[in-house]
Write a protein that binds this ligand. Sequence first.
Ligand code: ADP
Ligand code: G6P
Length: 465
Amino acid sequence: MSDEGKGRLVVVSNRIPLSKPPAGGLVVALDDALRGSGGLWVGAAEEVVETPRDHLVEHPADGYTKLSFDLTAADRNEYYLGYSNGVLWPLCHRRSDLIDFRPEYREGYMRVNRRIAGLLKDLLRPDDRLWIHDYHFLPLAHCLRELGVDVTMGFFLHIPFPTHTDLEALSQPEAFLQWMAAHDLVGLQSQSDVASFLAAIRRAPRGELLPDGMVSYADRRFRIASFPIGIAPQEFAEASVAIDGSDLIGPDRRGAKLMIGVDRLDYSKGIPHRLRGFESYLDTRGPDMPRATLLQIAPPSRSEILAYKEIRAELEQIAGAVNGKHAELDWTPIRYLHRNIPREVLAPLFRAADAAMVTPLADGMNLVAKEYIAAQDPDNPGVLILSRFAGAAEQLKSSVMVNPYDRSQMAEAIGRALTMSREERRARHVEARANVFEHDIAEWSANFLRALGDVRGPGLSVDAG
Ligand code: ADP
Ligand code: G6P
């Protein structure tokens, strides 16, 4: 990608794996994508500084170049915790009730986006392609266009696109569309996200759907499409057999089937709903239904934010209560780990689990669902219980699909998954596996970059508005 004359691929995202191993869908996916293609990856430094430097800092990397920008403590508080994760995250995950609007959050968000636009302006060459990721950088392309930067710009949103009603909860809903329109190509996870975007364009006084499939907003034309993100399934499958996952789990689950849940501790993941559904299964389990242990791995995430502190307390309370009610001397029904687990351990655990519960209330894609499928033994696979609100539900249609708000449906799904015949498990798995292996991370980035190249072809160039 960095060939002379061909232009470089420059990727920007807030999170970049500098010292810690990747946890979180975006970083896992981009690391896999860039290892295959090379290029430059720009992201936030891990430690805050008092005065941000006026240049990007290069870090050692394997296969591609990593560059970081500085953030101050105020930037982190206002741009990252405040606006990105206190306003945009709840907005896009249908939790507008949790939005914490403060003028300094929006100011900090714009300040950081403008500063990074300035740093990128110095870095970019005319034939580079810029690929911006996620809600931390909605206005970045717009800021770059204002500085006169005219390179091809693509944007991918890893989280759900807000519905029209959710967008109205923003003080300036039109700004969202104006920011999007500064790109040449906007990529979303699912068809349902594209439908939400088009609905917002249709309703906007300055928005129009053009006959050639393009979208126009104010004085700009751009393309929008869904690019469902994938994983590196082969690597995950290999990691899943490197050690035996059952050996990793202690003896206090005698006779119990193993179920697994793996999510950052985030209110969008529906973990309390999952535990409640599991509790209903235990409450109503007849003598012929198996015991089950739910291993819930939920590493800390954004823990300075109140809603995240609250979800942690809620989870601990429910897990304690369910175990108090149902545990026996040789069996603990819920095993809850509040920490990061290396992928080399996660993959064998997925393989050892008879079922996975991936039950978010809203999720752009959910890579865990795909990782669970990749880790299964095709001859004796486990069952994926999947929320219909995960982007992955558009692809993994052979899963046991649930509405996470419906406790009795969740309990029934658990019973079905744990008693399903091997024949049915195999039939469901074969379909899901084909999807995960065919539509992998390499295909995702290649599709996006191909579309980005095409959109600026002859006759489709846009005015830098
Ligand atoms: P999100 O991007 O919202 O965190 P995804 O399911 O799309 O959700 O991606 C999460 C990624 O982080 C997956 O690759 C998953 O394996 C990884 N991950 C989640 N929990 C842990 C954990 N406890 N330890 C290590 N990796 C984790
Ligand atoms: C999701 C978001 C990413 C984010 C990740 C982890 O995957 O789409 O942008 O990096 O969660 O969250 P964090 O706040 O720790 O970066």
